[in-house]
Design a protein around this ligand. Structure first.
Ligand SMILES: [Mg+2]
Length: 369
C-alpha cells in the first residue's frame, strides 16, 4: 500500500462555552482546525485532526503548521502508511519543527493501519486496558461563585475530572481553586493548570494561599521544568507537566526531578507514535498520565480516546473531550456518557464513522505527485 495524495482542510472549531480563557489574558472563541486526509493506492484512506491553541501557547501556529505540511507532505508520497514508525522517522529527518503537522500525518497513518488490519487503533496500541476512561472539563477564569456554579453544573452532568484554570493573580486564583475543591466531592479529580504563566514566586504564593489542608495537583505552574520541580520540592504538591514535555529526554528528566504526572498532547509531541512511547514510559515510571490535545473537535476526541483506552487505568487520570467542548462535529464519534466517561468505538482505525466532507468545504491545498 502506498500513499498517493494528501488533502488539507480547515474549519473553525468554535468553543461551546462562549470564550475559552487561559492565564495572561489568552482567550478565544474558537480555533482553526487542521484536518488531513491521506489517500492510498487501495480504497483505504486515513483522516486526522488537530488545531494549534493560537500562536501564544506553544512554538506552533496555524499558518506555520500549514507551511510545514506543504513541505513534509511531498516527502511521504509513495511510502507505506501502515508503517507509522518509519514515516515518523522520515518526518523527523526532514524537519525539526512542525510537531502539529507531523502529528496529523502520523495519526492519519495509524487510522489507515487500523482500517487495513480491521482493528481499532487502541487494540494496535496494546489493547483495551480501560473500557471507559473519564473525560475532564475545563473551568476557566471568572468570579468565584460563577466558577463554582460551573463546576457544580459539570458535576451534575456526570463529569468526574476537572481542570481549573489558574495563572493570573495567585491569591485570587487560590481562593477560586479552593472554593471549587471544597464544593465538590473528594471523588472528583481536580487539578489546577497555570499554563506556564507564573514565575516561581507566584507559584509558591498560590500554593501557600491554597492552604496546607487542600491538595490539588498543580499543572505546569512555571515555564521551565526546573522551576516546576522547585514548586514540587517546596510545596509538596504533585506536579503535572504539560507544555515543557516534548521529548523522551524531557520526560525522563522530569521524573528524575520528582515530577509525578504528565499531560500528553498528541500535537505537541508529534502524533500517536511519539505519544505512545511517552505514555508507556510514563506508566513504566509509575507517573500519572492525562491524554489531551491543544484544540480540535470530533476527530481529536476519538484519536485521543484510542491512546486513553490503551492506557493502564490506575495511571490514567482523564482524557480531553473536544466533542463536548467545540462544534461543529465533522464525524460521528463517541460522546461523554452520563457517568462522565467515554467509551471508544470498535470501528477499525481511529474510531469515527463517516466524515462530513461537505461540512469541511473546499480544501486549503492538495499534495500529489
Ligand atoms: Mg495544560
Amino acid at each position: 500500500m502506498r500513499i498517493t495524495d494528501i488533502t488539507v482542510y480547515s474549519y473553525i472549531a468554535e468553543y461551546n462555552g462562549g470564550t475559552y480563557s487561559m492565564s495572561n489574558g489568552r482567550t478565544c472563541t474558537g480555533q482553526p482546525s487542521i484536518v488531513v486526509r491521506i489517500r492510498t493506492d487501495s480504497d483505504i484512506e486515513g483522516w486526522a485532526e488537530n488545531a494549534p491553541l493560537g500562536s501564544d501557547y506553544l512554538p506552533s501556529s496555524f499558518t506555520g503548521e500549514l507551511a510545514a505540511l506543504k513541505e513534509l507532505g511531498p516527502q511521504i508520497l509513495g511510502l507505506d502508511p501502515r508503517c507509522p514508525g518509519a514515516i515518523s522517522a522520515k518526518l523527523d529527518r526532514a524537519m525539526m519543527s512542525g510537531m502539529s503537522a507531523k502529528s496529523v500525518i502520523d495519526i492519519a497513518c495509524w487510522d489507515i493501519l487500523g482500517k487495513a488490519t480491521g482493528l481499532p487503533t487502541h487494540i494496535l496500541l496494546g489493547g483495551r486496558l480501560f473500557d471507559a476512561p473519564p473525560a475532564f472539563s475545563v473551568i476557566g477564569f471568572g468570579e468565584i461563585p460563577v466558577a463554582v456554579q460551573k463546576a457544580l453544573a459539570e458535576h451534575a452532568k456526570g463529569v468526574v475530572a476537572m481542570q481549573v484554570k489558574v495563572g493570573d493573580d495567585p491569591l485570587v486564583d487560590a481562593r477560586r481553586a479552593r472554593a471549587i475543591r471544597e464544593a465538590l466531592p473528594e471523588s472528583v479529580n481536580i487539578f489546577a493548570d497555570a499554563n506556564a504563566s507564573w514565575n516561581l514566586s507566584q507559584a509558591l504564593i498560590f500554593a501557600r494561599a491554597l492552604g496546607q489542608d487542600v491538595t490539588i495537583p498543580f499543572e505546569q505552574p512555571c515555564r521551565s521544568l526546573s522551576d516546576c520541580a522547585q514548586v514540587a520540592r517546596l510545596t509538596g504538591l504533585p506536579i503535572i507537566l504539560d507544555e515543557c514535555i516534548v521529548t523522551m529526554a524531557d520526560l525522563v528528566t522530569a521524573h528524575a526531578a520528582g515530577i509525578t504526572g504528565v499531560n500528553i498532547k498528541l500535537s505537541r509531541v508529534g502524533g500517536i507514535t511519539k505519544a505512545r512511547i511517552l505514555r508507556d514510559t510514563a506508566v513504566a515510571l509509575e507517573m500519572n498520565v492525562n491524554i489531551d490535545d491543544t484544540w480540535g473537535c470530533a476527530l481529536t476526541t476519538t484519536q485521543n480516546l484510542q491512546l486513553a483506552a490503551s492506557t493502564r487505568p490506575d495511571r490514567l487520570g482523564a482524557v480531553d473531550c473536544f466533542a463536548e467542548w467545540t462544534h461543529p462535529l465533522i464525524a460521528e464519534v463517541p460522546r461523554m456518557q452520563v457517568n462522565g466517561r467515554l467509551t471508544p468505538s470498535s470501528v477499525p482505525g481511529n474510531g469515527y464513522r463517516l466524515i462530513n466532507v461537505e461540512m469541511l468545504g473546499e480544501p486549503l491545498f492538495y499534495i500529489s505527485k
